[in-house]
Design a protein around this ligand. Structure first.
Ligand code: MN
Ligand code: MN
Length: 463
């Protein structure tokens, strides 16, 4: 083999090597991690189910509910469940005055039921929905759906509803228009091909055999819900009911290297950071995992990252640890990672990306200085000092990583919880796997990137 020239050697040193991370990964470990992730995801399709499963895992690993304890010491493991829809978990570090915090979100785009959802038309019982988050509405027609959530009877009894995820349970569906009669529909602009008011779900078709009843199918639908759950029509106005795709996580490709599933944004980071936390032993600083709700609609509400939920937890934490500094100083000392997904290069739509500033599936965890859109609106912008700190962690632990922008500058954009974490005065950046088909009922990730993200979160907690 010919000897490398001086310039060739120099090129190797000064050029960025963008290669697939699969070359350096132990495939059996990557696939094993992916299998347990798929199992978690399958059972965590909604924010409530996800938090329920996070709590189960935490309890099994000796984390204590902060409402059951009055003080903590180094090495103790605690969590705070916020209304069953958001959660904070921590392992008290040797130095309790600094947090290494990783925040992800448990909610995903979906269809919520309207307050008065049930009606009858053309011999069908139907349910009206209101979409939640940024969806392409045409994804949701002809997609089998499961119903999840909670409701209250007039008497105040809380009922949990879960229909459609098991093989032997009925599902729900929005029937699309047949192509034979879609001439006018196909003339519509893509964002109007299916309109919000057309997202009405089939829920029944057998009428009650009684001439005295006017809406005979609506009657049987409401009768069923009354018999099964004790619900009456008015109770829907009080309920939180969501429709999510029935499809379960599956491997994709001859090599099974990819995963397609609903809700990977952002349960992939929830799972990876949760596993990273469980494997953190005797951390130098306190490790904190924040699982936030409502990211998909702007992190609003009392369970979203824009609320004071993190600050409230910090006050609880200060009391429990008898913290010697103020909560604001604690925040200013702390480092944060907004663990969220980003867009990966899609070979069918390459023109929306700047190829040299895009993330690619399989090249490792994507670390982003900023997100947002246009002139860097709706984001934060990490300091170079913090980016260097993170690069050192990645290099030291030999973790495959890359960076990219969400897409071409003026084509759109998207936010994460990074801007809400950084407002406390902590260092922050975004880091997570890139994916294809984000916000669709079947998002695609690379098992390699899920594993690299998990390795990075673990290394970050250890700092
Ligand atoms: Mn997200
Ligand atoms: Mn999202």
């Amino acid at each position: 083999m010919a000897k490398k020239s001086v310039n060739e050697k120099l090129q190797k040193k000064i050029f960025l090597d963008k290669k697939s991370s699969w070359h350096d990964l132990k495939k059996d470990q990557v696939f094993k991690f992916a299998d347990s992730y798929k199992k978690f995801l399958k059972e965590s399709k909604t924010e409530r189910l996800c938090i329920e499963n996070v709590v189960k895992v935490l309890k099994k690993n000796d984390f204590k509910d902060i409402n059951t304890i009055t003080n903590v010491k180094e090495g103790d493991k605690i969590y705070k469940n916020v209304r069953g829809k958001a959660l904070l978990a921590a392992i008290i570090g040797k130095n309790p005055s600094k947090w290494q915090l990783i925040g992800s979100h448990v909610d995903s785009p979906r269809l919520d039921l309207k307050p008065h959802p049930v009606y009858e038309d053309s011999g069908f019982g139907l349910i009206k929905t209101h979409y939640y988050g940024g969806v392409k509405k045409y994804h949701w027609v002809n997609t089998p759906l499961a119903l999840h959530g909670v409701a209250f009877t007039k008497e105040g009894k809380k009922v949990t509803i879960a229909i459609g995820d098991k093989d032997d349970e009925p599902k729900f569906i929005i029937p699309d228009l047949l192509p034979h009669l879609a001439r006018n529909q196909m003339e519509r602009k893509a964002n109007k091909i299916i309109e919000g008011e057309e997202l009405n779900i089939l829920v029944g078709s057998i009428p009650v055999d009684d001439d005295k009843i006017k809406e005979q199918v609506k009657f049987t639908v409401l009768k069923y819900l009354h018999k099964e759950y004790g619900l009456i029509e008015e109770d829907f106005a009080i309920a939180e009911l969501e429709l999510v795709p029935v499809t379960n996580p599956m491997d994709i490709g001859f090599d099974s290297s990819l995963i397609a599933a609903y809700g990977q944004d952002d349960k992939v980071c929830v799972y990876a950071s949760l596993m990273a936390l469980l494997e953190t032993k005797e951390p130098k600083n306190t490790s904190v995992a924040f699982f936030a709700d409502k990211e998909e609609i702007g992190s609003v509400g009392d369970t979203g990252a824009a609320s004071f939920v993190l600050q409230n937890f910090a006050h609880d934490y200060a009391q429990l640890t008898k913290l010697k500094i103020t909560v604001s100083n604690l925040f200013e000392n702390s480092n944060a990672v907004s663990a969220d997904v980003t867009a990966g290069m899609n070979p069918n739509y390459k023109d929306v990306h700047d190829p040299s500033n895009a993330s690619y599936l399989g090249r490792g965890v994507s670390v982003e200085k900023y997100g947002g859109g246009g002139g860097k609106y709706s984001t934060q912008d990490a300091h170079s000092e913090y980016m260097q700190y993170i690069r050192e962690i990645l290099d030291k632990n030999k973790i495959a990583w890359q960076t990219g922008e969400l897409g071409k500058i003026d084509l759109g954009g998207g936010g994460t919880i990074a801007m809400f974490l950084s407002r406390y005065g902590m260092n922050c950046l975004d880091a997570g796997p890139s994916l294809l088909g984000m916000h669709s009922p079947c998002e695609v990730t690379s098992k390699a990137d899920i594993y690299s993200s998990y390795l990075f979160y673990k290394a970050f907690f250890k700092e």
